[in-house]
Design a protein around this ligand. Structure first.
Ligand SMILES: *Cc1c(COP(=O)(O)O)cnc(C)c1O
Length: 465
């Protein structure tokens, strides 16, 4: 393909993109294909000769699009949102075009310097104090892994990377029973081992870990000769939005000299709104905080904002060249690949710059506030209906509910029926052992009318049960 053809198809694709978004409500939200349907339509051997872009694109429409679940559909209420606001898409087009590998400052100074400034914009936006520095990780899973590795190295007096874990005391990490599976995986990958992840029971309306139980678990481990290394707290757990009492957790961590990581992957975006910040009161005392602008905020995947109170300990854990420790922060140059597990880095700060400038923080806050308000209204309406009862109250824009008078199998059948119907998309979770239907509002273009429509669909489909 030459660049004249590229220009032609590039215009075609950006027109297609605008049409796609304008007509998204006409499509079923979740893909309606069965396993193997798409693979069966793909040639089993690669082509020997060139094919025309016209043919490739028409096959894309015919074969690929039916197998897409439309995450940008305004009536996507499943999981958490993975938004891609139009200015973010435009920035990603530019980034794809330039295709720079931004692992070191000198491999694209603009990417590094913009990352520093954009993470500081985000820091201000969510109300973290100035002692936090930020880095973009590809995902919250990676940020949590980096934090767990830092906990490990700090507890082992920086010997783990060199000597391994054999012969060391058992490292212990604490979290609630409500944390995301990315915490389990960070514990596996770091070599600490699942048996050393201590899950503290939760209590209270926000289902946060019981501080007294946390303190007792740490004491018991010390008595047993284990080595407590850190605490992973959560703000806005994936299942029902559970929130730990961060101030209480941080106070215990300080008493016990433990490193604290706060996983606010979804809920962190909500912290742009000052009146929601009570949910993570005390966060200023944490060592590490992650939130995903690629979820609720509108910067498309991947873009995970990782804030660290003491970047030296992270760099000391992950930097492959120890001499960087000596110059870090003093010569004005940051090589962000020293802050992350992967070496290679995309230019991910550009979409944040485009996004925040295009909407302004107030434009983003308006969306967040609307979603929270609509979630509250819908939860109440469902609870008042004869068909449904609320299981967990909204935390920001996430709540769970179930069909009244039905067992778990019926709740799952209801979710499947809704998703086969295609007008809305929801997923289920388990709360205290029982199935509940999760409802998460946060797609960038969702309107109040979409929420009213979702209520009608829920009532309509419930009649079959
Ligand atoms: C989504 C989510 C994660 C994982 O985020 P990735 O960026 O996909 O790794 C972790 N924790 C919570 C609370 C989440 O909601």
């Amino acid at each position: 393909m030459d660049w004249d053809e590229f220009a032609h198809w590039g215009k075609h694709i950006s027109d297609w993109a605008a049409d796609y978004h304008r007509t998204l409500r006409d499509r079923p939200v979740r893909a309606q294909t069965r396993p193997g349907d798409i693979a069966a339509q793909l040639d089993q051997v690669p082509p020997e000769g060139p094919e025309a872009m016209e043919t490739i694109l028409s096959d894309f429409e015919r074969i690929v699009m039916p197998g897409i679940t439309h995450w940008q559909h305004p009536r996507f209420f499943a999981y958490f949102p993975a938004n891609a606001a139009p200015p973010s898409i435009l920035a990603e087009m530019l980034v794809s075009t330039i295709a720079a590998q931004c692992m070191l400052w000198q491999t694209s100074p603009a990417a590094t310097e913009m990352e520093t400034v954009m993470l500081d914009w985000l820091r201000q936006a969510i109300g973290l104090p100035t002692h936090f520095s930020g880095v973009i990780q590809d995902s919250a899973s990676s940020a949590t892994l980096a934090a767990v590795l830092t906990m490990r190295e700090r507890a082992l007096n920086w010997k783990g990377n060199r000597e391994g874990l054999s012969g060391q005391p058992r490292l212990r990490i604490y979290c609630s029973t409500e944390v995301h599976t990315s915490i389990d995986r960070a514990i596996w990958v770091s070599g600490i081992g699942e048996d050393n992840l201590v899950r503290i029971p939760v209590k209270g309306p926000l289902r946060g870990m019981d501080p007294a139980a946390l303190r007792a678990a740490i004491q018991a481990d010390r008595s047993a000769g284990h080595l407590p290394a850190g605490i992973i707290a959560c703000t806005g757990g994936t299942s029902t939005g559970s929130c730990d009492d961060i101030a209480a957790v941080v106070a215990i961590a300080k008493d016990e000299d433990l490193y604290t990581h706060v996983d606010a992957a979804w809920a962190g975006a909500g912290m742009l709104v000052p009146e929601f910040r009570d949910l993570w009161k005390g966060v200023e005392g944490a060592d590490s905080v992650v939130f995903n602008p690629h979820k609720w905020l509108g910067a498309q995947f991947d873009c995970s904002a990782h804030f660290i109170a003491d970047p030296e300990s992270l760099v000391r854990t992950l930097a492959i060249q120890p001499e960087y420790l000596k110059t870090h922060g003093t010569d004005g140059i940051i090589n962000y690949s020293e802050w992350t597990v992967p070496l290679g880095r995309r230019f991910r700060a550009l979409k944040l710059w485009f996004l925040m400038r295009s909407y302004g923080l107030e434009g983003l806050r308006t969306r967040l506030r609307n979603h929270v308000e609509w979630a509250g209204e819908l939860a109440q309406k469902l609870d008042q209906s004869d068909a449904f009862e609320l299981v967990t109250d909204p935390v920001l824009s996430l709540f769970s509910f179930r069909l009244c008078g039905h067992d778990d199998a019926a709740q799952i059948a209801f979710v499947n029926r809704l998703n086969d119907d295609g007008r809305i998309y929801v997923t289920q979770t388990r709360v205290a052992g029982d199935i509940a239907i999760r409802f998460s509002i946060g797609q960038f273009d969702v309107t109040k009318a979409d929420i009213d429509f979702a209520y009608d669909v829920l009532i309509d489909v419930a009649k079959e049960f």
